[in-house]
Ligand binder design. Structure first.
Ligand code: SF4
Length: 206
């Protein structure tokens, strides 16, 4: 058995959608190189046990299909619930809002790590709104925005900082939160640590 180091390659899947051509190619690659496939908790597709020397070879056919790969500094892909078209409680198309957010932040480089964003199409928040650094929830009157949730060994519930705001206001809120996180973070940091900073830009809303 080879002692070569093995790594994972994560294909980013905006909106939690797995395009069929990428799924098909990932399956072929996994069979060819005897890799595992893991669907990550952040809704991405991870190829497991890739020998270091084969990383470029494995990525190439996926990149040719337009696949984007996880890398340090990339803006985080929001985790979404399945949304209006596939859940009777859903108020919005979560994939569409995720796409608008990703498009707004497309040119952003060096986003600090440990920042997770979640979007839910109703107040049940199936995508983990309460335990994400930034949570966006559709309401009958717009969107609520939450900040400061996390899971892990010491979970924290997020706090609502905007209530019934418009989609444009959601994007402006994200701009403010992410710039603040950037300003106050050396390399990586969960948002909850900043909630009680005297300069935190939003108060809790009832
Ligand atoms: S958050 Fe609401 S709309 Fe989204 S999947 Fe859960 S119940 Fe359905």
């Amino acid at each position: 058995m080879s002692n070569e180091e093995k790594v994972s390659i994560t294909v980013l899947l905006p909106g939690g959608r797995l395009p069929l051509d990428i799924m098909d190619t990932a399956l072929q690659i996994a069979r060819k190189y005897n890799l595992g496939i893991y669907l990550s908790t952040l809704q991405n597709l991870r190829l497991l046990d890739v020998p270091l020397s084969l990383v470029d070879e494995v990525k190439k056919p996926l990149a040719a299909l337009g696949a984007d790969f996880k890398a340090a500094g990339k803006f985080p892909i929001p985790r979404v619930c399945v949304g209006r078209d596939h859940c009777k409680l859903g108020l919005i198309d979560t994939s569409d809002l995720s796409g608008k957010i990703l498009s707004h932040f497309a040119g952003r480089k060096n986003t600090k790590a440990k920042l997770k964003i979640a979007i839910a199409a109703c107040a049940l928040g199936c995508s983990g709104i309460g335990t994400s650094d930034i949570g966006i929830v559709a309401t009958r009157n717009g969107y609520d925005v939450y900040a400061g949730g996390k899971g892990g060994t010491h979970p924290k519930s997020s706090r609502r900082i905007r209530k019934d705001v418009s989609e444009d206001e959601v994007i402006r809120t994200l701009d403010t939160l992410i710039e603040f996180h950037d300003l106050k973070t050396a390399t990586k940091q969960r948002m909850y640590k900043l909630l009680d900073d005297p300069d935190f830009p939003f108060a809790e809303t009832e």
